[in-house]
Design a binder for this molecule. Sequence first.
Ligand code: PEP
Ligand code: MN
Length: 438
Amino acid sequence: MIVVMRPTATDAQVEKVRQVVEEHDLEAFVSVGQERTVIGVVGTDLDRVAHIGLLPGVESVIRVTQPYKLASIEHHPTRTHVRVGEVDIGLGAGLVIMAGPCSVESREQLMQTARVVKREGARVLRGGAFKPRTSPYSFQGLGKEALDILAEARAATRLPVVSEVTDPGQVPLFDDYVDLLQVGSRNMHNFVLLRAVGQTQKPVLLKRGFGATIEEWLLAAEYILSSGNSNVILCERGIRTFEPSTRNTLDLSAIPVLRERTHLPIVVDPSHGTGQRSLVTPMALAAAAVGADGLLVEVHPDPPNALSDGDQSLGFDDFGTLMDELRRMHFLPASAPGPIPAAPEPGLTVGALRHRIDAVDGSLADLLQERTRLAIAVQRLRDPDASSHDLHREEELLSRAGASEGPMTRTELVNIFGSILRASRSAQRRTMRQEIPE
Ligand code: PEP
Ligand code: MN
């Protein structure tokens, strides 16, 4: 801390500042300049002289170190990782996906979700047991019964489990059931709870308070760290701003800011961060791109009928698509091919079936090129100044494609033909630009 004296400060006023600093077991280094005097204050508890700016002759007080210590990058210049069950989160561990329902609603719902998210590549299972709902009339969670169900899912899938603890009295109970204690956004300032989770050695997922600054969030982490628990993971889950289009404003700039200030691992929750299913995948990808160590995603077997947060929960297909996208962009490793299963049809091995698929793909590519050549030939015969796509024929094509029988759904086929038509029109336009001088 640096105390800057006014140019008019007297020697007695400088001496008084030095005296107050030393009375509080801190050291004072007085430096007399031509214009003014500055006093460097050094020690661990600078808060003891928080009032020093009020002394006569003091112009300003500048803090040069962060108010949090154990959480700071100065304290620990290399990033840390935290072990949750058998899963590392943080430095060197790659992106870890935590997924599951907002609330545990039934044994069947959780077991089914646990199996699906595990198959898709999630490494930690989430499920709320005690729900801190905004309204006292909303579903409050199944409580202890949910913890029993989570324990069963953990045993069946071997996924470690994260669940929210809402009361210091629950901590011993959670110790037996949960691998990662979540402190929710509404409890980030609950210092009694922070101290209680700080007195265990269980990893803690500390969500950002929806009205908290990054500094307040790191000070909340400091409560846990200074109580003796060094296993803290931060979770950005959106903050409240003036923007009503999303449930919260997911503050992704917090991730690089945190990287400059703290060594702790950082997870992003795009579900609570946006509140809308359609926004979860894009923001999850963006979070991975800005360097999140993990993602916390709500997944439900039947989102429209979920007892909590259905609007922001991904169904199983959407979650599978998110995981595919994360792999396609290399945020997650490609899944290992695994052992080749036995032949599904007598006489046809997996190798032979894949060979046939390659041949079909080759023919599809050739057919698409042929289709585009024909479309270009049509374009050459058409009035170049008229936009004369035959929309009626295109609609017929889409409905014919959608009606064809097979394992693909109508929506999947219509999406593919939509892409073919768009690509074909691009090829037509390109040809016309090249052939007709402007
Ligand atoms: C949750 O993850 O279930 C939850 C309640 O989140 P938050 O504390 O971020 O609102
Ligand atoms: Mn939720």
